[in-house]
Ligand binder design. Structure first.
Ligand SMILES: Cc1ncc(COP(=O)(O)O)c(C=O)c1O
Length: 435
């Protein structure tokens, strides 16, 4: 059989690794017939961008679930929800203040929409994780530049660190700025003991990658709108970027997830998950493993694994597949669809990690000089060159060393000595630059 993708997935399944990665359903949730329901927009199946029947009904259920004024389904991932959110917000003004730890989907959306980003740096205490931006610094930026129309933050970050959205929303309200949150990793925050969902805490809009932490097929996401002024145009804004053939199995999976949360055991399952994860984090702490501090997602496990030589080999030897390694840390996405066997494997692996002091770094750096907008840089003629030869060139991409997960260079910025040395230190070999 010559089916490279299908055959490899079958092989991967046989490995029987405990899945601590996306998607949140862990292949352990849906009715089997979901894959026999790949229909399209028909007279009786509604239409995503002109929803007035079953899709609108599910979107109303989502709005109820997330306490949003309006919720818009995406079957093109959180990327599409982010594009939509930025399109709606940029109609108010093209200059937006971004916490610099942004995902490339937002950088690309800036290029597509002609957004002019201003950056604010998260402060990482030890360089091991991303850290958070401070509300005081946001306020300073608002006072210094009244052209800024919105603040955009990513919370939780990959490591599970939460930004103080409530404090930021109060500042945004005071200065009449929009608050936009990339909540790709935090859809489930609405269902925890303490509701930490950005819309609940005052965000105007929040893009949520349902498929990452909830039982939804890959690609299923939602734009939750807290500010009703953006409700009317949201579908139109999404249709600029989205496919005209949305996936019905993905949309149906969102519908099934919604029912599980509203009418099934969803809430109690997520609360039980919090308890289970708390036990694992506690035993990691007792084992002196460093983890992110401060306010964090109570379902996400992130541990410093500096003492492990080959992280992939180590975790595979316990039949575990983590979400992410960055050389110093390992990240595990836990959902109610992980089994007790999964958690026991993880506990055993953690208890066998050799703990050695991590390499702490002072990651503060000066923001590079800006020569072009992201749009000008990304859409100009570009070439790929070695990092060693890139000094003085204008970058046409963002390059993001992890940890801490904050890009050292963004499209349109001039590569300086500091950029080159940081990229080389993190083993970046090539970079796309403006020709
Ligand atoms: C912080 C963040 N934002 C946005 C995205 C894009 O989400 P999606 O893959 O659902 O398009 C990701 C994906 O990993 C992400 O980590």
């Amino acid at each position: 059989m010559k089916t490279p993708i299908y055959s490899q997935l079958l092989k991967h399944k046989l490995l029987d690794y405990s899945p601590f990665h996306t998607p949140g359903h862990k292949n352990n949730f849906f009715p089997k017939n979901l894959f026999e329901l790949d229909f399209t927009e028909l007279p009786d199946t509604d239409a995503l961008y002109e929803a007035e029947g079953i899709i609108l009904e599910t979107e109303k259920n989502l709005a109820k679930l997330f306490s949003a004024k309006r919720s818009i389904i995406s079957s093109g991932g959180c990327t599409l929800a982010i594009q939509t959110m930025l399109r709606l917000a940029s109609q108010r003004g093209k200059k937006i203040l971004f916490a610099r730890n942004i995902h490339r989907s937002a950088v690309n959306a800036c290029a597509l929409l002609g957004i002019i980003p201003k950056w604010i740096l998260p402060k990482s205490e030890n360089g091991l994780f991303t850290g958070r931006i401070s509300p005081q610094n946001v306020e300073k930026e608002f006072l210094n530049d009244n052209e800024i129309s919105a603040l955009y933050v990513t919370s939780p970050d990959y490591y599970g660190e939460l930004t103080d959205i409530k404090a930021l929303s109060e500042i945004c309200r005071k200065y009449n700025k929009l608050l936009l949150v990339d909540n790709a990793h935090g859809s489930h925050l609405a269902f925890l003991k303490e509701n930490q969902h950005p819309v609940h805490l005052g965000a105007d809009m929040s893009a949520c990658s349902l498929h990452k932490t909830m039982p939804v097929l890959t690609g299923g996401a939602v734009l939750n709108i807290g500010n009703s002024k953006f409700a009317e145009n949201a579908k139109n804004a999404m249709s600029l970027f989205g496919s005209t053939s949305p996936s019905y199995p993905i949309m149906a999976s969102i519908d099934i997830c919604c029912d599980y949360m509203l009418n099934g055991n969803g809430i109690s399952d997520y609360r039980a998950l919090e308890e289970r994860v708390a036990n694992i984090k506690e035993s990691a702490k007792n084992h002196r493993i460093i983890q992110p501090e401060g306010s964090c997602d109570t379902t996400r496990i992130c541990i410093n694994t500096n003492g492990i030589e080959n992280q992939i080999e180590f975790f595979h030897s316990y039949n575990i597949e983590p979400e992410f390694f960055d050389g110093q840390n390992a990240v595990f996405i836990c959902t109610p669809f992980n089994t007790e066997k999964d958690f026991q494997r993880l506990e055993t692996a953690i208890s066998n990690i050799k703990t050695i002091p991590p390499i702490q770094k002072n990651i503060f750096f000066e923001l590079p000089e800006i020569k072009l907008s992201p749009r000008e840089a990304i859409l100009s003629e570009t070439e790929i060159i070695s990092v060693e030869n890139s000094l003085g060139k204008i970058s046409a991409e963002s390059a993001c060393p992890c940890p801490p997960g904050i890009p050292v260079i963004m499209p349109g910025e001039v590569i300086n000595k500091n950029t080159v040395s940081q990229l080389l230190e993190y083993k970046f070999k090539y970079i796309t630059v403006v020709k």
